[in-house]
Design a protein around this ligand. Structure first.
Ligand code: PLP
Length: 391
């Protein structure tokens, strides 16, 4: 596979899926199976002596192009594309952990990752310990003889907490543990966890990677050796991404850099605006100097990302009133879209937690999460301002 020096060029010019038709843009290989030239080729492909496509549950030119390109952008050798982010999270854990193993996991992970950890893994005798996101100095104390993996998200959802990847990477190495990082919020454009020793990088491609709210998809990435286990798991349990989604997502990567630049520019402007707004109690954004891990964020991220949280004066009722007063900004649980989205975690995504549980992961009743889109920043700010006034 050819590669170039810079992120943008690789994101556009890696086109492993071309056919023999000399097309400029790669076509969609909508086929479940591939034909063999003869029985010897079929035998050799199945035996793994020849590389090539056999069946789309195993591999397909479109999903391959997407995943090989994403691996290059993350600075790792290999990857497996999955039908959703959660299929990627599950495969990245289930491919490695066995009965009796222990998982060290940061407390504020995505809701379904939490359900896998607390409801499904115990069925197979896999235990876990939750560790606090702002207490990495004490994580080491929680490592047991049977600990095999550390799983974390940074920046976290919805708290936008930042974990020092260099620190945790060194810890994982000292104890010979697999470090698994959900890099969904940052994308490979803003942060490459492999640089700090992450063995496994997981993504929901549904978010900024697609970036246009069209696709559900995911990815697990790592070295060839690490991915061998994930590939075996995926080949036989079947969380394969469809060729159409692979095709779309490979196109999406072509614009990831320019989109992330603009998401981050808009988010920074909105964060600065809200920071001095009298009706806003506090704002959290990784690249605001007031963020408790500002220095860490600056060290490991190119920009601050596309998400902001802020705290309204007043509680649940105020939060809901603000949401109902928005006119352009969408109310949705999704994020990483061209369209700006507002979410009120306490009454939606995290409503099943008790107020104490919510507090422990930094979700107060007045907390609003904004996934800052690519509309003109003046229109985004105008809508938020009028909704704040209406409060
Ligand atoms: C959305 C999300 C997931 C799950 O991805 P799906 O594509 O919805 O399955 C996992 N982790 C994070 C951080 C997410 O935001």
């Amino acid at each position: 596979m050819s590669s170039w020096k810079n992120f943008e060029t690789n994101a556009i010019r890696v086109q492993t899926g071309r056919s023999s038709q000399r097309e400029h843009s790669v076509p969609i290989f909508a086929t479940s199976g591939f034909i063999f030239e003869d029985s010897e080729q079929a035998r050799a492909l199945f035996a793994g002596e020849l590389e090539g496509n056999i069946y789309t549950r195993y591999s397909n030119p479109n999903t391959d192009e997407f995943i090989q390109k994403l691996a290059l952008l993350e600075g790792v050798e290999d990857g497996v594309a999955t039908a959703s982010g959660m299929a990627a999270m599950f495969a990245s854990i289930a491919a490695f952990l066995e009965q009796g193993d222990h998982l060290l996991i940061c407390r504020s992970v995505f809701g379904s990752t939490h359900q896998i950890t607390t409801q499904l893994l115990p069925r197979w005798g896999i235990t876990h310990t939750y560790v606090d996101i702002d207490d990495t100095d004490n994580w080491e104390k929680e490592i047991r003889d049977n600990t095999k993996m550390i799983f974390l998200e940074t920046p976290s959802n919805p708290g936008l907490d930042v974990i020092d990847l260099e620190q945790v990477g060194a810890m994982a190495k000292r104890h010979n543990l697999l470090l698994n990082v959900d890099n969904c919020f940052a994308t490979p454009y803003l942060q490459n966890p492999a640089k700090y020793g992450a063995d496994i990088i997981t993504h929901s491609a549904t978010k900024f990677i697609d970036g246009q709210g069209r696709v559900i998809g995911g990815a697990v990435l790592g070295s060839k050796e690490v991915m061998e286990k994930v590939r075996f798991f995926a080949r036989h349990t079947g969380p394969a991404m469809s060729p159409f989604h692979g095709w779309l997502l490979s196109r999406s990567l072509e614009t990831l850099a320019v989109r992330m630049e603009k998401h981050c520019e808009n988010a920074m402007k909105l964060a600065l605006h809200l920071d001095k707004h009298p009706l806003v109690r506090s704002v959290k954004y990784p690249f605001l100097p007031s963020h408790p891990k500002y220095e860490v964020a600056k060290k490991q991220m190119r920009h601050g990302g596309g998400l902001i949280t802020f705290e309204l004066e007043g509680g649940l009722a105020q939060g809901r009133k603000f949401m109902d007063s928005l006119s352009m900004i969408s109310l949705s649980a999704n994020l990483g879209d061209t369209r700006t989205i507002a979410t009120h975690p306490a009454s939606t995504t995290h409503s099943k937690l008790s107020p104490e549980e919510r507090a422990s992961v930094g979700i107060t009743d007045g907390l609003i999460r904004i996934s800052v889109g690519l509309e003109h920043i003046d229109d985004i700010i105008a809508d938020i301002d009028q909704a704040l006034q209406g409060n």
